[in-house]
Ligand binder design. Structure first.
Ligand code: 1HN
Length: 342
């Protein structure tokens, strides 16, 4: 049916009349039935980010800020705090001696460590030291606090599924009565119990999130390197692995998936698109990423977002190791996920 046929004087008058009853005619089709979103592809360079993080350190402490986080907001979503329809991305910096006080909230959070050593995160009674390249899990509603007991600033990326709790109207948060929560597990417990392809004999999952607190960078790199040597590259991704929840083989969160990929020097990848909204953080290497026809040169610690159904392809100048996270877990659970190599 042509657009005009729905716009006869009678239909126009009808549409206007029913607006007073908060009714709208579906035949006017104001809601898109195509994949993709209004979000923009964008790259934030480390060269721009680092000085602003350092400046924030001069201006505000963790006591006042609670978390010294700069939010990466999609230019199409000003005021939302989101980098894409479904994802939050922040960059957090903590100075030697500082503490980010214990609290909990319904959104799940992931950390990807960018730079610096000597900081820890404590989650549900267990502390883990954070090393650059590590991926860490903060399950929904678990108490968490961070601290820096080293002698240099530490920066990590925060990825949250707060867009989901906001969408559902299910956002809650609570402060712990003390700045630092008591530790009732020893460091490395979750790695020993869940991180060695073994599970405690009577383990039954209590949460939807991974029971592994820290997925160390060395082990991830070792796996990627081995597979790079032994197997052909994927035409679009190089070698790409996803972080798994060892309890069910699925994703570390019910909403968010996380990945690490390796692309060797000179890789010229095919175009790929998926319904995922994806945030990338470059661990190592330089190259060019093209998202929906827009090319961005990237280097270590740069962050970029590829919104849903945007074609993305990589070219590398050096060996590249790139972390990413997306809403694929939620899309898989709901049966919405689709992708294709072009
Ligand atoms: C949060 O609790 C952290 O615990 C980081 O480090 C970023 C962004 C929005 C809401 C809560 C943290 C956050 C956050």
């Amino acid at each position: 049916m042509s657009h005009d046929a729905t716009q006869t004087p009678e239909l126009v008058a009808f549409s206007k009349d029913i607006k007073a009853l908060d009714l709208n005619p579906l035949w006017e089709r104001t809601v898109s039935q195509q994949p993709g979103s209004a979000c923009q592809a964008k790259l934030w360079s480390w060269a721009d980010l680092k000085p602003q993080l350092m400046k924030a350190c001069e201006l505000i402490g963790t006591k006042l800020a609670e978390r010294r986080v700069l939010m990466l907001e999609n230019p199409t979503m000003r005021g939302s705090s989101f980098i894409a329809n479904t994802l939050f991305t922040g960059l957090q910096i903590i100075l030697p001696g500082e503490v980010a006080a214990a609290h909990r909230h319904t959104p799940n959070a992931l950390r990807f460590v960018v730079e610096g050593k000597g900081a820890y995160t404590a989650v549900a009674g267990e502390r883990a030291m954070m090393q650059p390249g590590d991926f860490l899990v903060t399950p929904n509603w678990s108490w968490h606090d961070h601290g820096n007991i080293g002698n240099e600033p530490v920066v990590w990326m925060d990825g949250l599924d707060s867009a989901f709790t906001k969408f559902f109207g299910a956002t809650f948060r609570e402060d712990y009565p003390e700045d630092v929560q008591p530790l009732y597990r020893s460091e490395g417990d979750s790695t020993a119990a869940f991180g060695s392809a073994l599970l405690p004999v009577d383990y039954k999952a209590e949460t939807h999130a991974s029971p592994i607190l820290r997925y160390p960078y060395e082990r991830t790199c070792e796996a990627l390197r081995h597979l790079y040597k032994s197997q052909p590259l994927h035409a679009a991704h190089g070698v790409k692995l996803r972080y798994a929840n060892p309890a069910d083989g699925k994703y570390p969160f019910p909403t968010m998936a996380a990945f690490m990929q390796f692309m060797p020097k000179g890789f010229d990848g095919k175009k790929y698109r998926s319904t995922e909204n994806i945030v990338f953080n470059v661990a190592e290497g330089t190259g060019t990423v093209t998202i929906k026809g827009q090319s961005f040169a990237f280097g270590p610690h740069d962050i970029f977002v590829a919104p849903s159904w945007c074609e993305i392809s990589f070219k590398t100048n050096e060996d590249c190791t790139i972390f990413s996270y997306s809403d694929r877990a939620a899309q898989d659970a709901m049966g919405f996920f689709r992708d294709e190599v072009l």
